[in-house]
Ligand binder design. Structure first.
Ligand code: HEC
Ligand code: HEC
Length: 420
């Protein structure tokens, strides 16, 4: 700034001051306060109505967790990719330090009194370049963020937690505690044969154990009684959030004081229409997951009968095949009907499957073990496709459940009495 410019500036300043100008106190402060208050209200609104999605609880044993900085540091994070390993310091220290120094020293090397671009080409272009570079690096970092694997997927809403917990319970706990936590005399579990398990779905259990206690029981197990620890810290397979999901499932399913959110109820096994043939994908797989999979997977006592996939269900096992299309004398059906046969004891060993689910397995067998919904539709009488010999004869046997309701005789009798 030369002397001439300085003089002009001073004059302008004095003129403004004489007109009254704007006082720092209270004018400027008042304006600032109003503005800051606005920002404050906005933040409260955002926190109340938008919120931030939770990450899973920190789990020191989880080595698959990839920590990532907040978005406003992502550009630095991205630099690590261009300066890996030994030269990391260039990206994380040297370049940022030079940039900060440049900014810090700006008043010393750029002393132009003008703001317009045409008079400050170099400084403004440089700054624009830096800002654009940061934006580009941030964008690249966001775009290349790996999608969290399924195992790390976060169940964030309560109903997601309950659904995830139900699945984990089915796989890890059903073999000993039963599909509904009903307990009973354990059968078919090595080391605990004949053990009388108290129910864990009872009011007694739910009222005396709070969530934190349940988390502890599952994490550390009850080794002296025969329950192994499930927490990763104790050598188990479940993360802290897995265990919390199981507890959410237990609490909202068995505790009569907790009301399950409506959307969580849909995790139930789909029901069948009167003539519908069930398919593996839609009907059978969820039943197996809930009632059988806990024992029928590798590493458990089960005659090598694994039930994770359609392939395994229809072909594996020491007495394979355990289900044959159209054969109600298949091992599985006989065992579900509580018969003791060469292949083993009644299944599931502890508590009979509800009759409507046994019925579902029977219809599946009679329908020819369809895997997909389309195949099942083709096998249904209504589906139009040629039915196999047996189903035609067998379908009536499926009806009694519906026919057993005394509906037909009721309405005529009830109608007259209702109108005096
Ligand atoms: C290998 C068998 C086995 C498995 C698998 C198992 N438990 Fe247990 N659990 C037991 C035994 C045995 C007890 C002691 C029960 C008793 O005294 O009646 C028990 C007790 C419990 C209790 C009650 C503790 C108390 O004193 O209130 C809870 C709750 C429980 N288990 C939850 C689970 C959950 C959830 C899972 C699945 C992650 C699971 N268990 C898996 C065997 C098992
Ligand atoms: C508590 C553990 C447990 C549960 C739950 C369970 N099973 Fe089993 N299953 C076994 C054991 C153990 C055997 C080996 C035979 C025996 O000891 O009775 C077996 C054997 C079988 C076999 C004979 C396999 C072969 O090739 O020899 C079939 C079929 C079977 N189970 C079907 C089922 C079905 C269907 C369900 C679910 C509705 C089910 N099981 C649930 C423990 C279980």
């Amino acid at each position: 700034m030369n002397e001439e410019q300085k003089k002009q500036y001073r004059e302008k300043y004095l003129q403004k001051k004489q007109k009254g100008g704007m006082k720092f106190f209270p004018d400027v402060l008042f304006k600032d306060t109003i503005f800051i208050f606005g920002v404050f209200v906005l933040l409260i609104m955002l926190a109340t109505f938008v919120g931030v999605a939770n990450e899973p609880k920190a789990d020191p044993n989880d080595s698959t967790y990839i920590p990532r900085p907040e978005w406003y540091f992502l550009f630095l994070f991205q630099m690590l990719k261009y300066f890996p390993g030994q030269i990391e310091w260039i990206g994380t220290f040297l370049i940022p330090t030079i940039a900060m120094l440049a900014l810090f020293l700006l008043p010393f090397y750029d002393r132009s009194p003008f703001r317009h671009f045409s008079k400050r080409k170099l400084a403004l272009s440089l700054m624009a370049l830096i800002v654009l570079g940061m934006a580009a690096l941030t964008t690249i970092a966001v775009v290349t963020t790996p999608v969290q694997t399924e195992a790390g997927a976060v169940a964030s809403t309560l109903s997601e937690k309950i659904t995830a917990g139900e699945e984990l319970y089915s796989i890890n706990c059903v073999e000993c505690h039963g599909a509904e936590g009903e307990g009973g005399e354990i059968k078919g579990v090595e080391g605990l044969e004949g053990f009388k398990m108290k129910p864990i779905n009872s009011q007694d259990e739910m009222y005396t154990r709070n969530d934190a206690t349940l988390v502890d029981i599952i994490s550390f197990g009850q080794p002296s009684l025969g329950m192994q620890p499930f927490g990763k810290a104790s050598g188990g397979a479940l993360s802290v959030s897995d265990i919390e999901n199981i507890v959410a499932f237990m609490r909202y399913t068995w505790d009569d004081r907790a009301e399950k959110p409506a959307e969580a109820k849909t995790a139930a096994i789909p029901t069948l229409a009167p003539d519908e043939v069930p398919s593996y994908n839609v009907h059978i797989a969820p039943v197996i997951k809930r009632y059988c999979l806990s024992c029928h997977r590798p590493g458990k006592k089960n005659n090598n009968y694994f039930m994770s996939t359609y392939q395994e269900v229809t072909t594996s096992g020491d007495h394979a095949p355990n289900v044959k299309p159209g054969d109600l004398n298949s091992n599985m059906i006989l065992m579900l009907e509580r018969q003791k046969i060469e292949a083993g004891n009644p299944m599931p060993p502890t508590k009979p499957l509800p009759p409507e689910l046994v019925e579902m397995f029977k219809r599946w067998v009679m329908g020819g073990l369809p895997e997909t919904q389309e195949q099942a539709a083709a096998a249904s009488p209504a589906g139009g496709a040629a039915p196999t010999q047996a189903p035609a004869a067998q379908t009536p046997a499926v009806q009694p459940a519906a026919a057993a309701t005394p509906a037909p005789s009721q309405p005529p009798a009830a109608a007259p009495s209702a109108t005096p």
